[in-house]
Design a protein around this ligand. Structure first.
Ligand code: SF4
Length: 231
């Protein structure tokens, strides 16, 4: 795919949704960090339901430490893997208090050193809390990037690096939100809705479908899907 096509694709996605963001509810980098840790293999809606009560009671590292692990579990027990997530969050809060002055660090290395925080979570926090032009490659971005030929790669990291190199600079900050939304609502895994796709004439996927169903409305926020990558 050439540069002109990539520019046209992101221009169209931007016109459809000029200010994309996450569907996770948060009001500080710390709240976002906790929400993203909880969102692994969970829906954003489920995480929001749990964090509404949790953050009302405790939305700083020290406050969560004061809740205790059992107190934290009471708030998040509806979320999958809540036992291990609670353990990771307690350890993360302790490190934030002891090593980072209770603040979420803005450096990738420091973020990835926190229990429960991998590269994708660090990318979400760096992008959405701190405005860094990172690419949190989830299953949707991995699929859309490869199908369209916007940026191809065999692993999420390869796609992340290709996107950082190939997405025009003007679109880098919001690109991952647009690609997630496109993958979730239009370029879906099993049956892409090529018949309703706003970038169909630019996409280089050789097996386009003529989808019969009308597309669902595309929301203004990009959910942070966390499933394993699939082509
Ligand atoms: S044309 Fe089809 S395969 Fe290409 S981006 Fe659109 S939905 Fe996906």
């Amino acid at each position: 795919m050439n540069k002109d096509k990539r520019t046209q694709i992101f221009s169209r996605l931007q016109a459809i949704n000029p200010n994309p963001t996450t569907e996770l509810h948060f009001s500080s980098p710390f709240e976002l960090l906790i929400a993203v840790i909880l969102s692994a293999q969970a829906t954003d809606k489920g995480v929001n339901r749990a964090t509404a009560g949790l953050f009302a009671q405790a939305n700083t590292p020290q406050a969560i430490l004061d809740l205790g692990e059992d107190g934290l579990k009471q708030h998040i027990r509806t979320i999958g893997l809540f036992n291990s997530k609670a353990s990771n969050i307690m350890q993360t809060c302790r490190i934030l208090v002891e090593q980072h002055g209770s603040q979420v660090p803005r450096a990738r290395e420091a973020l990835e050193a926190l229990p429960g925080v991998g590269r994708k979570t660090a990318n979400v926090v760096l992008n959405t809390a701190f405005g860094e032009p990172t690419m949190a490659v989830d299953t949707h971005i991995f699929r859309v990037s490869n199908r369209t030929r916007i940026a191809r790669g065999k692993t999420p990291l390869a796609v992340e690096k290709a996107l950082l190199r190939l997405v025009p600079k003007a679109f880098l900050q919001d690109a991952h939100h647009w690609l997630i939304l496109h993958g979730r609502y239009i370029c879906t895994a099993r049956k892409p809705r090529c018949g309703q796709c706003p970038i169909a004439d630019l996409c280089e996927y050789p097996d386009k479908t003529a989808a019969a169903a009308a597309p669902e409305a595309v929301p203004k926020a990009a959910p942070e899907a966390t499933a394993a990558p699939a082509p």
